[in-house]
Design a protein around this ligand. Structure first.
Ligand SMILES: [Zn+2]
Length: 233
């Protein structure tokens, strides 16, 4: 089977969204990429999660042309592909309509960093895209969604902020692998829920001090990171 390991990882990353309560019915999709071969493995469209098998994961190239698979890919494939092309370090993309992150996307409000949980994963607010124009929606909607995300990151680092809220739609998250992208989707939902509650408790809540935000992000990420155990390989 072509890309058997990647298919299995992508399947597992999709199932993680179900286990964590981030998706209803067939909502959501996760993909992963083999950079060496330039091939993307993505969930098929509209197949119930409990029925998914590695063989049903669809393989496409970076032009969204199907290379292997009998089922249609997730309708968001073109968005995923655009992110892989524009963000060269990412290895996986996860898209959900999880309740709280989607609520922020619908409100078209970036999620401020109110605490260290957010700072551990996202080095700054989680941004919102601009709305798509009517012609972008009518023509090449999924591709234009990807382009809108990339425009949002024109002056932001996608490796430091591995998530975005697509205005009026929902979040897209990414990471070094499909499982990392799913992990970020789960954390984003948790952070989005806490930010909502923070503002309910105190509508005047202020973002975390820059020093504390930097401290938490940089102790987990980058060349001076010291969180966790030393990797031996
Ligand atoms: Zn969606």
């Amino acid at each position: 089977m072509l890309l058997k390991t990647l298919r299995e990882e992508v399947l597992e990353a999709n199932l993680e969204l179900v286990r964590r309560g981030l998706v209803l019915y067939t909502f959501g999709n996760v993909s992963g990429i083999d950079r060496r071969q330039g091939l993307v493995a993505i969930k098929p469209s509209g197949v119930p999660y409990q029925d998914l098998t590695p063989g049903q994961i669809v393989i496409s190239d970076l032009e969204a042309k199907i290379v292997d698979g009998n089922l249609r890919p997730s309708s968001d494939l073109l968005t995923h592909v655009e992110l892989y092309k524009s963000f060269p370090n990412i290895g996986g993309v996860a898209h959900t309509h999880s309740e709280f992150a989607t609520s922020w996307a619908q409100a078209e409000k970036p999620i401020p960093c109110f605490g260290t949980t957010h700072a551990d994963y996202f080095h700054g607010s989680v941004p919102v895209t601009e709305r798509l124009t009517s012609s972008e929606i009518t023509k090449d909607y999924e591709l234009e969604t990807g382009k809108a995300i990339c425009r949002t990151f024109a002056r932001l680092d996608p490796d430091s902020i591995p998530a975005v809220l697509v205005a009026g739609h929902a979040p897209f998250c990414w990471g070094s692998s499909a499982s990392s992208a799913s992990h970020h989707a789960v954390i984003l939902e948790y952070v989005a829920r806490m930010a909502y509650h923070t503002l309910l408790i105190n509508a005047g809540s202020q973002p975390l001090a820059r020093e504390l935000h930097d401290k938490h992000f940089l102790r987990k990420h980058g060349s001076n990171a010291y969180y966790g155990q030393v990797k031996t390989q």
